[in-house]
Design a protein. Structure first.
Length: 142
């Protein structure tokens, strides 16, 4: 996905918040499918507990896989597409917890897909590097 296309998708995501509930959900589901079709970074297995918060409070779940642009979290709790989430991850390859913001872009019976709010190519590259190093370190143990 080019930077221009990613920008347009992000703008559509913001505009969707202003629509009536049914139309907002339809547009958010369409946008989520576009994001799934055009992944920018490789998804890695990451089975770790994750703490996250939303407007409804603090939650716990298990990350199943992660990339520099998003994560799938197994959780029995229900979330709406578009819900804003704050997350904290611990990587063996990072000296401090990694704090990220994002939006729920996919909802299944098993959990939620969250797209991170990435603040430019430097943050994307740094997060991708942390994840890649974590995978290399953990590979002998899986």
């Amino acid at each position: 996905m080019g930077d221009d296309e990613a920008y347009v998708i992000e703008q559509l995501t913001l505009l969707a918040q202003k629509l009536p509930h049914d139309k907002k959900r339809q547009l958010q589901e369409l946008i989520a499918s576009w994001r799934e079709d055009v992944r920018r970074t490789r998804r890695e297995t990451y089975t770790e507990p994750v703490s996250f918060s939303s407007a409804d409070g603090i939650h716990q779940g298990y990350a199943r896989d992660i990339s520099a642009t998003g994560v799938f979290i197994q959780t029995p709790e229900h979330f709406e597409i578009g819900a804003r989430i704050s997350l904290v991850f611990t990587f063996i390859s990072a000296p401090n917890p990694v704090r990220l913001q994002g939006a729920v872009v996919r909802v299944t019976d098993e959990g939620i897909g969250v797209c991170f709010d990435i603040q430019g190519p430097e943050q994307l590259a740094r997060l991708d590097d942390i994840i890649s190093q974590h995978v290399l370190i953990m590979r002998p143990y899986s």
